[in-house]
Ligand binder design. Structure first.
Ligand code: FE
Length: 344
């Protein structure tokens, strides 16, 4: 046979083999997860589910973008039934490229508020993270703070630290502002904010909090779980930095604090669809919600469950009720806007 035929035949044999090997597993009761959350943040939960439901759980962990690319390139041959990741922007992107499928479940609808799930059921939020203002206790009085908008006021010149516009967290925050205020007003805000930067954006959320503690700037925007991690850190320097800052919940009289989620969706080509839905429902139930939120220093998505003591200490806040799916929808507009505003 001509050489040029060989790769083609080899390919189809491999495909066939993987399908044949995978088929018997269907009857075994399993579910396969691609997770962008680290193993130690979810493994005990998955073990519990495994015990209770009698379903074998297989876990692959990796970086958000790499897992999404892997799902796309594997297509119908993917072993993954469930994709677990952070940020509604990423979940919306996964829906957009066609790697998720719609799931309807009364249990999920009852346990997860509508604002924290895709309106068509392509993904569901499993924990909530808030992105408030974090300020230096020594140099800022809470009475000086009010809204995200206010951080663009010249009174904060040289006092704002924030991470780069590459961060999906900032992109989602800006997407939320576009939804509430429109593009023109949000762009003017972004320009004002950039003009107030104490330094060019660098580092992650934790680095911004440390910069505030070190006196490099007075205010920043950061997801609460980073501060929670620092408060409970085994590293004494991190603990001390956390003690120098405090949380301010902005926009209490307007749209509320920008919130986002970690969440999961059943993959478009899931072979164990029912088990994937069962696992989602398990993760939204009381016990799992309590454990999952506490372990990640996040807020439970299920409103029946109280947050951890660390989070309670920062007080209650009004969360933005905008459906987080909107953050994904407006992500491209947010990215372009931040670029125009000179937000590096
Ligand atoms: Fe994060």
């Amino acid at each position: 046979m001509p050489d040029s035929f060989k790769p083609l035949i080899l390919c189809s044999v491999l495909t066939l083999t993987s399908v044949l090997l995978a088929t018997p597993a269907l009857a075994e009761g399993e579910v396969n997860i691609y997770s962008a959350r680290k193993e130690d943040l979810i493994k005990p939960l998955l073990d519990d589910f495994s015990k209770q439901a009698g379903v074998t759980v297989n876990l692959v962990t990796g970086k958000e973008e790499a897992l999404l690319q892997r799902l796309q390139s594997e297509g119908v041959n993917t072993p993954a039934d469930l994709m677990l990741t952070t940020d509604a922007g990423r979940l919306a992107a996964a829906r957009e490229v066609g790697v998720l499928q719609a799931v309807k479940s009364e249990t999920l609808a009852a346990r997860i508020p509508a604002a924290y799930r895709d309106p068509d059921g392509y993904w569901y939020g499993l924990s909530v993270r808030a992105r408030p203002i974090i300020y230096a206790r020594e140099r800022v009085k809470p009475a000086e703070l009010s809204t995200y908008d206010d951080l663009a006021d010249p009174k904060w010149k040289g006092k704002v630290c924030v991470r780069s516009s590459d961060s999906v967290y900032n992109q989602s925050l800006v997407a939320g502002m576009i939804s509430h205020h429109g593009e023109a007003k949000t762009e003017a805000w972004a320009k004002g904010l950039v003009a107030n930067f104490a330094r060019p954006p660098k580092g992650g959320d934790r680095d911004q909090i440390k910069a505030v503690a070190a006196g490099e700037c007075d205010v920043t925007l950061a997801n609460t779980y980073y501060l929670g991690g620092m408060v409970n850190s085994s590293d004494e320097a991190e603990k001390q930095a956390a003690a120098k800052v405090a949380v301010f919940w902005p926009d209490a009289k307007t749209a509320g604090v920008h919130v986002n989620i970690s969440g999961a969706g059943v993959t478009a080509n899931a072979r164990n669809r029912d088990n994937a839905i069962k696992l989602l429902e398990f993760m939204a139930a009381d016990a799992a919600q309590r454990w999952y939120a506490e372990t990640n220093n996040e807020y439970p998505v299920n409103p029946a469950i109280a947050p951890s003591a660390t989070l309670k200490a920062w007080g209650e806040f009004k969360a933005d009720t905008l459906n987080v799916a909107k953050l994904g929808e407006l992500n491209p507009a947010a990215v372009r806007l931040m670029d125009r505003a000179g937000w590096k």
